[in-house]
Each structure stands twice: as structure tokens, then as C-alpha cells.
Design a protein around this ligand. Sequence first.
Ligand SMILES: Cc1ncc(COP(=O)(O)O)c(C=O)c1O
Length: 478
Amino acid sequence: MDLHVSLVGRKDLSGEIYRQLRRAILEDRLRPGDALPPTRVLARGLGVSRTTATLAYERLAGEGFVTSRVGAGTFVSERVARVPKDAATRRARPVDKEALRPRRIWDSIPIPTAFDRPAAFDFRSGLPDASLFPHRAWRRVMARALREDSAVSGGVYGHPAGHRGLREAIARHIGIARGVTASPDDVVVTSGTQQALDLIARVLLSPGDTVAVEDPGYPPPRRLFTSLGARVHHVPVDADGLMVDALPRHTRLVYVTPSHQYPLGMSMTLSRRVALLAWAERHHAAIIEDDYDSEFRFGGRPIEPLQTLDSAGRVVYVGSFSKTLLPTLRLGFVVTPPSLSKAVYKAKHVTDWHTSMLAQAALARFIDEGGFARHIRRVGAVYRMRHAMITATLMREFAGRLDVIPSAAGLHVAATARASADQVAAIASRAADAGVAVQELSKFAAGAAWRSGLLLGFGAIATGHIEEGLRRLRACFR
Ligand SMILES: Cc1ncc(COP(=O)(O)O)c(C=O)c1O
């Protein structure tokens, strides 16, 4: 890589080169053993005489920053004391009144923490089992996609709505698996659910519009809507789902998780779905149906998605491959009512043009060849077993302490606690000390009055670790 030295003016050029190289070494941008460019090359690049560059190198060598080896070149010395990294960054970015500041809204949005090292017994929700990812099959479809012109398309950008074959495959898949009727023309491939929500919000919301979200609920959409200048209203959830009667009249957009309420886990009853649709029609509001993990069902008959029940074109359906494949793939999709399709893919275009065509082409083939359906059947059987194990153990070993909320889908189980939210926080903290990661339900609630409890994901924990993880958790209830 070229070494960047900038010379302004014509005074003390050798001194300036020396100072900039010295700083680069002290701040670890140049590391022990790194080669400096030959003086001839540096001098030519900077438009200075070779003597000027040589003088700078000699000064650095004299102070022990670099060593020269005849015939080999000049290298950063192995034993230079470095400025600690954060001190270097602080100096580079002075904090003063003149510094650039983000809009105030960003003060209320927390720094993401999901990158923590996994616990030995990881019951965090929202994560699939990465060890079950079909690596071999995926390598094959990726290699095929790389060979095919249509995926790489000679370096030309693709259609913002996504790879045609994938949009057709998604329309077929959700038609079969979820009974959702969609034309490929109404499918837009996105970088996960989160981007789908961003596109919908850009298309439908003006600053100051009200968006209703579930309470307790999934935090990322709330933060997204807030960051876009919407007023976020938290609407309580009961055993039937979002309480439609509590929706503010002027709501423009309602975000719900009807198949598997996040985080509580129950599904929205049919009568509540019908009431929500009628409400949206009466109030000219839109509904986002986030169907993030319903591919994994463990019993009961699935209730019709809102999208299927909707006859007035008010529902935008969102799906994700984060649970069925991997969250790091960043692949999801949105099915819009025809009235919104063009605007949503225009929004996709202005946001990031399109999602990786290579990954889309690979996924299209994976679905078309039946690999995706086979994968879901295979991992679904594993998750079904974990779901049953956790539910049974909670009911047996935690009776009187936790009450399991019945759920028949997804990758997590929630249980309300008899203890207070503070006591549950202490239990979760003791569990963390014992190597067990669990989430507190109260962390997902906006209303302080919400009951306490725990959320136990079973995507990230190996089946063989569940029993010991729950045994350790049980010991933390004292
Ligand atoms: C309610 C809900 N929706 C969607 C997702 C997936 O989001 P994405 O597709 O952006 O990875 C999750 C993941 O945990 C979730 O809990």
C-alpha cells in the first residue's frame, strides 16, 4: 500500500516527512517490521529531492524508529514504544464545540451490543444454529451463481427489486409455506427485515407521523422509526395479540408480529387479526406483518397471515432468511400491495441500489432445487426437539417461579416470572456469571408496568447443552 505523506508549502520538507512518518509509527499505522518505501520512490512521489527524503530517514534511524539493512531497505524497528490506540484516536478527533454532531435523535438510540462473546450456555433469542447451516450445498450454489452471467451480469447493476429468479422463488415459497398470494412483481428482495421496514417507512411516513408498535416488542423497528422522525406509540399486547382498541386514531403505520409475537411467543388470534384489518381500513392505516420465524412450527394449525386475510390492500408482508439460513447473509424480502410496489423498489434503489446479486442468484437456485425446503425440514426437527425440551423443563423444574407462555413456532420461548423485574435482573446477572445468557422480558417493554420474565432462545445453544444450561439457571433462583 502507498504511504500517505502530505507536503504543504516548501519549508522544511525533510522535517515534515520525518514528523509524519514518526507519527505513523507511534500511532501504529506503520507496524514493527513494515518496510518504508525506498527514498528514491518516496522522493519521486512527493516531488522532492532524494537528499530531502534521505535526511528524513537518517533522522528516524538516528532516533531508533527505523533500521536500514543494506540491500534490503528501511524497516520500522521492532522496539518502539507506541501511543495507546485510544489516545491516538482521541488526539486525531478533538472533542470541542466545533466538532460535528449527530442529530439529537441519535442520543436516544443505544449503541448495539449484540457482538458480545457468546456465553457457554447461550439462550439468547433471535439466532439460528450456525452449525446447521448447509455449507456444502451453499458453496455449490454460490459457485454456480459465480459461473453464471446472469448473476454477475458483466459488471452492470441489477434490478433494484432483486434477482428475478429469486423473486419468483420467494413468491412460490410463501405461497406454499404460508398461503400468501403474491406476484413476483410485488416482491422486493432486501438486506433483511430491517431494511424492508426502512423502505416501507420511507415510502409511507412523513416526519411526525405516528407508528404503532407492540409493547412488549422487538426493539430494532422502534429505533428505526424513531430515527426517521416518526412518533412511536407503544400499544400493549394481551394473550390475543396487539390490543386494537388501544391504537391511537391517527396512526399511519402499525408494526406487528402476528405469527409469533416477539418476545412473548403467542400468535395473534383470528378475531384480533380481523379487528386489526378492519381498524386499518377504517383509519386508512398500513400494517406491517413481520413473519420472521414462522417456518418453524411445532404444533397447532397456523392462522391465516394478515396478508391473506386482507382484501383492502393495507398489509405489507415482510419475511427474512435470517432464521432459516443465517442473519449474516442479510437476505429478506417484502411483499407489497400493488399500489406500493414501484415506490418500494424506488426506495430500494435510492438506498443501496440492490442486494448482492450473487447471493440472490445462489438462494434462487437453492430454493428451486428443493434444498431450502429440505433444510427447513431438517433443522425444524432439531428446533422442535429443543423447544419441547425447554418447555418441559421450565414447566417441571421452574414451577412456581416461571410460567411458560404457550407457543408453537419460532426459535424462542418466553416465561413470565413471579419475581419482580429487579429480582429477575439479579437472576439474569447471576446466570451470566455462571456462563448462561438469558434475556429479561422487561427489557423489551416500554411501559414500566409490564410484568417480569425471561426469554429463552434455542437457536444458538446446542441440544446437548440445554439441560446443563437450565440446571445452572435454576440454581440462580435463590
Ligand atoms: C421480530 C423479528 N423480526 C425480524 C428479525 C430478523 O431481522 P433481520 O431479517 O433484519 O435479520 C428478528 C430477529 O431477531 C426478529 O426478532
